[in-house]
Design a protein around this ligand. Structure first.
Ligand code: IFM
Length: 439
């Protein structure tokens, strides 16, 4: 039987937490929250399955924070919803929205948890989409204004803050692959967004620092690039994937440059003055967050636009997302940050976890044995990296609750706690109980 006894081998000051995001759990029908690009995308592509009610966290937040505390976690990673705070075209503040986060932060602090808020986890206010969304540089400036407001109004209640969650998803997944809002499929849109989302990060860092001495980070998602075969074409394809998915964001943030391989295909789509923006993008950070789930097997595939690869899935054990268990990839990226970028920067694993077909038994139990195994295998890797001296400071399980899994709606369950979407009943799964037992 798998278990999480490995938790007891971690140093006492290593932080264990859980993570969520606003649109995925809050329910944007409550509290005069404004609409985001996800509401529009869901209407057009997902039969209207959206985050209107989600987990109704807006009403259940105290119970949810209590769950985190009672399990023995020490931190909670969540995101602020930009459209909840600024729902209106005239950019006036929704006091109900601000007040919600004020009360949420109070509750987190009262439970002796450390808040790890993120400013942007994909719910761009819909009004910006009409102006070009992240393809328009003006959105970056508006994001800096919003960041400043958060710092000014709520910044005395947290120290650490992340700017953007998973810039690859905001740009490539949403503007080239079209799988996330706003659902575009264009290389030039994707490249513009790959740059602008980084600029938004940089401008937000400046805005936050101009107000307070925050500890600022960014959250990057990484996927391990495994060539399909040893054929040179597959190896080159895997390098291109790696350059676009992983190196693009880390190189620009840590080194102030874009990787050569990706640039050969994307540079013509970048804004003319992109180099001066790179100075803003690469300002020093206080910490970095790494989200890690799986590997991708990359196969050469001829494409008209030169993005000559496709991702195929391999034969390893899989999650309900069809993502393979590949814990070694986590070690690979933690070492990469340490060896290629900055050996001193504190690193948090800000997301790791799996979707599983969880059912509540007649005895009100959820046996998510595979999830326990997934966590165990990844925690072994984390401990290995800690023992190598990599400055790892914490680990956040994705996710506290089953929630709105974007274009998969409510079908995929990532939670440590099961949610019944009819009555919002929370049922802690066995994985949650394992964390609780060993923390
Ligand atoms: O649910 C998402 C989360 O919003 C961002 N990182 C990956 C998770 C699982 O797909």
């Amino acid at each position: 039987m798998n278990n999480l006894s490995i938790l007891q081998s971690f140093p006492k000051d290593f932080i264990f937490g859980v993570a969520t995001s606003a649109y995925q759990i809050e329910g944007n029908n409550f509290g005069e929250c404004g609409k985001s690009i996800w509401d529009e995308f869901a209407k057009q592509n997902l039969n209207g399955v959206d985050g209107s009610y989600a987990c109704n966290h807006i009403q259940y937040f105290k119970d949810d924070i209590k769950l985190i505390k009672d399990a023995g976690f020490k931190a909670y990673r969540f995101s602020f919803s930009w459209p909840r705070i600024f729902p209106n075209d005239d950019n006036s503040i929704n006091t109900k929205g601000l007040d919600f986060y004020d009360r949420l932060l109070d509750e987190i602090l009262e439970c002796n948890l450390e808040p790890f808020p993120t400013l942007y986890h994909w719910d761009l206010p819909i009004r910006f989409n009409q102006l070009g969304g992240w393809e328009n540089k003006d959105t970056c400036k508006r994001f800096a204004d919003y960041s400043y407001t958060i710092s000014e109004k709520l910044g005395d209640k947290f120290q650490k803050i992340a700017t953007i969650n998973e810039p690859w998803c905001v740009s490539w997944l949403s503007h080239y692959l079209g799988e996330h809002a706003p659902g575009k499929k264009s290389l030039s849109s994707a490249t513009a967004t790959m740059h602008n989302i980084l600029l938004a990060h940089g401008l937000a860092v400046q805005a936050l620092r101009s107000n307070r001495n925050h500890q600022i980070g960014v959250v990057l998602n990484n996927e391990y690039p495994e060539p399909y075969s040893q054929d040179t074409k597959d190896i080159e394809a895997a390098k291109l994937f790696d350059s676009i998915y992983n190196y693009w964001f880390a190189d620009s943030i840590f080194k102030g440059s874009y990787p050569k391989i990706a640039m050969e295909l994307l540079s013509s789509h970048l804004p003319s003055n992109y180099e001066s923006d790179l100075k803003i993008i690469s300002q020093g950070l206080d910490w970095v967050g790494i989200n890690y789930y799986t590997r991708s097997i990359i196969k050469y595939y001829k494409s008209d636009d030169g993005i000559n690869y496709e991702c195929v899935r391999g034969n390893l054990k899989k999650t309900d997302m069809d993502w393979e268990f590949f814990p070694e990839g986590l070690t690979y990226f933690l070492r990469r940050i340490n060896n290629e970028y900055n050996s001193k920067i504190p690193i948090y694993i800000t997301e790791n976890g799996m979707a599983n077909r969880d059912l509540v038994s007649s005895k009100n139990k959820v046996f998510d044995e595979d999830r326990i195994e997934y966590f165990q295998l990844h925690l072994i890797e984390v401990l290995k990296c800690l023992n190598e001296g990599i400055p790892l400071k914490g680990y956040f399980a994705w996710s506290l609750l089953d929630n709105y899994e974007w274009s998969f709606g409510y079908e995929k369950r990532f939670g440590l706690v099961h949610v019944n979407y009819k009555n919002y009943k929370r049922t802690p799964k066995e994985s949650f109980k394992q964390f609780s037992k060993y923390l």
